[in-house]
Design a binder for this molecule. Structure first.
Ligand code: MSP
Length: 500
């Protein structure tokens, strides 16, 4: 059986991880955890994108060599993810030797296959997005559409990729959902791009960028950072599985990783769709992969802003995952603070939309959902179970099994669509039903009237349901799901304390 293969973008090392990066990574983490528990296993890949002009410029600003700079920062990123309990299976650095060798093999193969050619040209290059921009894409004042920067004019002799040979095939693959792009608005946007005259052959090597992987057959050039970066998804998997690569071509190597390859879901933000939806499949086709060997789905998310404005140091509105997590560790204890942020990013915006994050809003969601809805229901049912000495009672095994299956069937439908928002709402609805049941049944009256069988019947049903729901919460709030189960097993504790 094929494992579920999920990827995040690899992050540029020009600062510490912020909430935007956390969002991509957390979505992937949730999907990986879900498939490990409910499917044929998962392979979750993340890492850092370390080459290119942008990183080199940042390094020189702080007076470090690019290598020393990236060594330092990638260690910080790795430990941030570890501290936040991100369950990646492999962390790639594009400066890793195996990746460098693989990227060189890729460019060599592209040349062998006649997919690249040499050309001298003039173009506009935006360092912020490490990409060429056409004049028609520029914003007012000649600025890059995604950055407040004026692009540089570049005149170089480079190797060009024949994107025009592949764009019709890529368009058909997207139209027919062989390569799915979610949400639909992003799919439309990509199809629009593919019809535009701006989609032309483009340069995949750079003459002046020295902080990059050398082109093996042209000593004046380094590999364009986006080719280098996109192929992390393949090099990392091959390396992590210990596959022998020497003297083998890529199509042959792929045969050894079919238990994981191709990516089932690739998570990315809306700013990097073109690279993933157009360049990436085109490169893979140019290497000779067939249509069944391409990534299956791109899940494109929106952007987080803070208080209606882009997060920035000067505005002082940056919300970091580390600080939110530490703040709620203080309130909940037992290193469960990160669960609050995980819950928040899922419930606050449907994947694809933009969202606004402020500490006040996180607190509101904590109180209204985690404390009042979830925590309160667990605490009420457990309180009564303790009071009436029914803590260990559960539904009969066959009934339990039936209920679990019905619930899993529904929750699976959400997860198979990567609809985390729908999934969490479904969990909340189930919890809400228990709350409504308590009000309707009034267990305290049953106890008072000596209706013991009925009391036991209802409590066993609610306790069983809460156990099943705890399982559903596991991918979203892993540490809290453990706490839920511990409470249901009779241990003392508080799920989500109220903030005074
Ligand atoms: N290095 C490239 C990706 C190469 S993948 C082969 C890159 N890196 S990045 O660090 O700039 O961005 C990584 C991801 O973080 C992107 O998906 C981007 O959309 C996401 N985010 C960066 N800022 C964001 C927000 N404020 N909100 C949500 N996500 C955003 O691009």
């Amino acid at each position: 059986m094929k494992r579920f293969f999920v990827t995040t973008p690899i992050y540029y090392l020009n600062g510490a991880p912020h909430l935007g990066h956390y969002y991509s990574t957390t979505i992937a983490d949730i999907l990986a955890r879900y498939h490990r528990k409910n499917g044929a296993g998962a392979f979750f890949l993340t890492g850092t994108d370390e080459h290119g002009q942008k990183v080199a410029e940042k390094a020189s600003l702080v007076g470090l060599s690019p290598q020393a700079f990236t060594d330092e920062l990638s260690t910080e990123w790795k430990s941030t993810w570890q501290n936040l309990d991100i369950s990646y299976d492999h962390f790639i650095r594009t400066t890793d030797d195996y990746h460098t060798a693989f990227a060189q093999e890729v460019i060599h193969r592209l040349r062998e296959n006649g997919a690249i050619y040499e050309k001298e040209y003039d173009a506009l290059y935006c360092v912020g997005s490490e990409s060429f921009v056409s004049k028609s894409e520029l914003r007012e004042g000649g600025l890059c559409p995604d950055h407040d920067e004026e692009p540089q004019i570049v005149n170089e002799k480079n190797w060009f990729f024949k994107l025009t040979d592949y764009k019709d095939q890529v368009r058909r693959l997207i139209e027919t959902d062989v390569l799915e792009i979610k949400p639909q608005s992003r799919k439309n946007e990509v199809l629009e791009m593919l019809r535009s005259p701006d989609i032309q052959d483009f340069s995949v090597t750079r003459e002046r960028v020295t902080w990059g992987i050398p082109v093996p057959f042209d000593e004046n050039q380094t590999i364009y950072v986006w080719i280098d970066a996109l192929f992390n998804y393949m090099s990392a998997l091959i390396h992590s599985q210990g596959i022998e690569t020497s003297e083998r071509d890529i199509q042959d190597i792929i045969k050894d990783i079919t238990d994981i390859w191709a990516p089932d879901v690739q998570i990315l933000g809306k700013d990097i769709v073109k690279f993933h939806a157009i360049y990436w499949p085109a490169f893979l086709l140019a290497l000779g992969l067939n249509e069944t060997q391409l990534p299956k789905k791109l899940l494109v998310h929106g952007f987080f802003v803070s208080g209606g404005r882009k997060m920035s140091k000067s505005l002082g509105n940056i919300v970091t995952p580390q600080s939110v997590s530490a703040e709620y560790d203080q309130i909940i204890g037992a290193s469960r603070g990160n669960d609050v942020l995980r819950y928040y990013v899922v419930i606050e915006m449907m994947i694809g939309n933009d969202g606004d994050v402020t500490p006040e809003r996180i607190q509101e969601v904590y109180q209204s959902d985690l404390v009042n809805k979830i925590g309160n229901t667990y605490q009420r049912v457990l309180g009564m179970a303790r009071k009436y000495d029914l803590l260990t009672t559960r539904m009969a095994p066959e009934k339990q099994e039936k209920l679990a299956q019905a619930i899993q069937h529904k929750s699976q439908a959400y997860m198979n669509q990567q609809d985390l928002y729908g999934y969490v709402h479904y969990c909340l609805d189930l919890t809400g039903e228990i709350g409504r049941g308590i009000e309707l049944v009034k267990p305290w009256e049953l106890a008072k009237n000596g209706q013991d069988d009925e009391l036991k019947y209802h409590l066993s049903k609610w306790l069983t349901a809460l156990e099943i729901i705890a399982d559903l919460w596991e991918p979203i709030m892993p540490a809290s799901a453990i706490e839920m189960k511990s409470l249901l097993a009779g241990n003392q504790g508080m799920l989500f304390p109220r903030i005074s």
